[in-house]
Ligand binder design. Structure first.
Ligand code: TYD
Length: 131
């Protein structure tokens, strides 16, 4: 993403498909009203979907798991997204109450692309010879 730093009149951040965003963007969604301190979202992986996830306000923790390695990432910088490629089990938690999450996705919503059960995720990784 490209940042035009117009401070003190506000920052402008721009993403362009296949330029600063590495895929064609077919869907955008955002998550807000994250007032429940105990909320844990996600609990899934995607078979094919590519995404970039931004925390454009506040902060949260993104937990990533590729079936072998687990990683915890604090997202608290509105100018830095994390690429959430396929076959990454992820959960999101510890949302600040002002947290706003913006996601750019490479495809339309398709429930068949989801792996919503961790054991199925591991089985799928083995089928695909990723484990
Ligand atoms: P889900 O992706 O499970 O949310 P999260 O990972 O943030 O916890 O989606 C929650 C519900 O919303 C689920 O029923 C699917 C639906 N949904 C759509 O219909 N379209 C979309 O683009 C997304 C992201 C979710």
């Amino acid at each position: 993403m490209q940042l035009f730093n117009d401070f003190p009149d506000g920052n402008l951040v721009i993403g362009e498909a296949k330029k600063t965003v590495p895929f064609e963007i077919k869907r955008v969604y955002y998550i807000n009203n994250l007032f429940n301190k105990k909320a844990v979202r996600g609990h899934h992986a995607h078979k094919k979907l590519d995404q970039i996830i931004f925390c454009i306000n506040g902060s949260f923790i993104l937990n990533l798991d590729d079936g072998q390695t687990k990683q915890k990432v604090l997202l608290n910088n509105p100018y830095q997204g994390v690429r959430l490629g396929p076959l990454l089990w992820h959960t999101m938690e510890k949302f600040s109450s002002d947290c706003v999450i913006l996601v750019l996705a490479s495809d339309y919503y398709e429930e068949r692309d989801y792996l919503r059960n961790y054991d199925d995720f591991i089985k799928y990784l083995k089928q695909q010879k990723c484990l």
